[in-house]
Structures are given as C-alpha cells and as structure tokens.
Design a protein around this ligand. Structure first.
Ligand code: DC
Length: 216
C-alpha cells in the first residue's frame, strides 16, 4: 500500500504524514529531506548546478540511506542543518535540476520497497508513484503556512520576519509550480484537503477517514 501526500511548503505534509504513519504502522519517507540533503551538499561542495560535471559529482559522490527512521547522508545522520534558511532559499533551485530529480525519484522508489509506505513531497502522486493507492493533496493559505514556518524557526532560535517568510514561501511556490521538471501540481485523482484553520489532529483524522473509506 502506497499513500502519497503532496502539497506546497508549509502545508503540514510532514507533520501529518508522520502522525498517520505512527498511528497506522506505516513506513514514512520525507522526500523533501532528500532534496534538502542534496542542497546542503551543493552548498558545502560549492557546486554549480548549471554545470553538468558538478551535477554528476553531486549525485555520484553522495548517498542517502535511512536507519531507524533517521536520514544518513554519506553515512552521517542529518538533522537541523537541512532546515536552515540557507537551505530553504536554495532547495527549489537544486530540486529543479532534471538529473537530481531522476536520481532522487529512483532512490525514493528503492527506499519504498516495503509493505506499506506513506511518502510526502511535490510529485509523489504524479511522478514517483502515479499508481499510489491513496493520493492526498494538502493546501493552506500562504499566510497560514508562513505563520507555521515562523513558529518553527522561532523554536530553532532563528528570527525571521513574517513578511520575509511569506515572501520566501510565495517565491518557492512559484518556482516549484513553474519548473519544467515535475512541477508541483495536484494529480487528477488526488483528494484535495485544505488545512487552513484546521488543527493538525483534525487533518490527521480527515486522512484516517479517507484511508478507512478506501479500505472499504
Ligand atoms: O517539503 P520540503 O519543504 O522539505 O521540500 C523542500 C523542497 O524540495 C521544496 O521546495 C521542493 C522540493 N521537493 C521536490 O521538488 N519534490 C519532492 N518530492 C519533495 C520536495
């Protein structure tokens, strides 16, 4: 069983997918974390994503594995370093590169070879698993998503203005929705869930209900 959760930045995908996974005993794959790891390495290795040789190096010289629910980049566990404003500001650019996407999609399919998986991202229901059993597309207003990100940054000790975050989110939405390679869009057969004004638990319940109805 494959459950695909797609949607824009800050729509609550990862929080919700994680909770559904733990309640239903599913394996959870955060595909955004994979693009974030590639972005971190692009910055650390000072790579130019417009240069084929650099992109080849990025893909060849870096491996992503998962151990006990934690993500390992070249064997080392990654944490908050993939959630910095710098990675946020560069991840759309890196994830728009065709070769990077092809490598990540291949790895996502490999990592999903388990009995029941829930994945969250931008192109899960459209490209990675077009035959997923259940497809959900989460949305929320830009303002609400910016407020959520603002609180997350504060918890990490990062102070950024709400306006700046709103601007950043709108920019990222635009880049994700308008890129040539697998742009962010709702699959025709995905169920739209608007999370604006809803609590996390309400959305989780909504998704559990969709799953129950699907099971029959
Ligand atoms: O979900 P997130 O904010 O951690 O994702 C980070 C970026 O990665 C996002 O700007 C778009 C990209 N991404 C993607 O292109 N495809 C995915 N399946 C997941 C994320």
């Amino acid at each position: 069983m494959i459950i695909a959760i797609d949607g824009p930045a800050g729509s609550g995908k990862s929080t919700i997918a994680k909770l559904v996974a733990s309640q239903k005993g599913l394996f959870y794959l955060d595909t955004g974390a994979m693009y974030r790891m590639m972005t971190l390495r692009t910055l650390e290795m000072c790579l130019d994503i417009h240069n084929n040789y650099d992109v080849e190096r990025l893909i060849k010289e870096n491996t992503i594995t998962i151990e006990e629910g934690g993500y390992l980049l070249n064997g080392c566990k990654v944490g908050l370093e993939i959630r910095t404003p710098e990675v946020d500001a560069n991840v759309s650019r890196v994830s728009a590169v065709k070769e990077v996407r092809e490598a990540m999609v291949k790895r996502q399919r490999e990592l999903s070879q388990r009995s029941s998986v829930i994945l969250d991202g931008r192109d899960i229901g459209t490209v990675v698993f077009p035959n997923a059993n259940i497809k959900i597309f989460l949305t929320a207003s830009v303002y609400e998503r910016a407020v959520r990100r603002f609180k997350e940054y504060l918890e990490k000790g990062v102070e950024l203005s709400l306006e700046k975050i709103e601007e950043e989110i709108s920019k990222r939405d635009f880049q994700d929705e308008n890129r040539e390679e697998s742009p962010l869009k709702k699959a025709d057969d995905a169920i739209l869930v608007n999370t604006t004004g809803k609590t996390i638990l309400e959305v989780v319940d909504n998704i559990l209900e969709i799953m129950e109805n699907h099971d029959g």
